[in-house]
Design a protein around this ligand. Sequence first.
Ligand SMILES: CC(=O)SCCNC(=O)CCNC(=O)[C@H](O)C(C)(C)COP(=O)(O)OP(=O)(O)OC[C@H]1O[C@@H](n2cnc3c(N)ncnc32)[C@H](O)[C@@H]1OP(=O)(O)O
Length: 208
Amino acid sequence: MQETMRQRIAEGKLFTDYCEGLPEDRRAAKRRMKWFNDLEPEDKDGRATLINAIFGRPTNAWIEPPFYFCYGRNITIGDGTYINVNCSFIDDGRITIGKRVMFGPSVNIATVSHPINPAMREYMFADPVTIGDDCWIGANVTICPGVTIGEGTTIGAGSVVTHDIPAHTVAVGVPCRVLREINETDMTEYRPGMTFADDELVQENKAV
Ligand SMILES: CC(=O)SCCNC(=O)CCNC(=O)[C@H](O)C(C)(C)COP(=O)(O)OP(=O)(O)OC[C@H]1O[C@@H](n2cnc3c(N)ncnc32)[C@H](O)[C@@H]1OP(=O)(O)O
């Protein structure tokens, strides 16, 4: 075989993951994951150092432990993103997350599939997942391989996202479908009759 396993993963071809340093990479990632998940809540410096080490680049995101991943180095997270507790990112394929994305608790992102054919189940193939800037991913969402979610979109709690979801929409359900586009009322009200403009907290923060 001429290609390396890492090339095959990137090209969406069948792969196995017990060769070419992949097990060693996963073991090192598990070590960083354990350190991160065992950090004392007060240890802000340790948290920042480990987040950069997990993703292999400077990353300005807030991640609540426990947080689970396979490699970490295949995940890119934009500035200001927040990841709530118990999220699990299966990153054999690439996961690209934009800026200011909010994740509710227990979100699963899976980039890996196994063949439906049971005799071939030991093999895997991967498709990247991309989440645009300013998305909100509700609690207990599962995002399947190959999905792109456009910027600004909200995915409702408990959804299973099997297809791409366009930008600036609210999408919900199993399978996840667009419920509606984000509209002018969303820009001015957070619930019927309750506006941002009239809210004391928003006013106070604006004044600062
Ligand atoms: C960092 C953190 O995020 S921590 C907080 C975590 N919080 C969450 O996960 C909450 C996520 N919020 C939701 O899922 C909300 O239901 C939202 C944002 C999708 C609601 O969006 P809205 O556009 O206001 O929808 P609305 O409440 O008007 O409901 C419209 C329809 O969609 C349905 N619906 C709303 N949410 C969902 C959902 N998650 N799954 C399936 N159907 C849903 C409603 O039941 C309703 O259908 P009906 O008219 O037949 O009853």
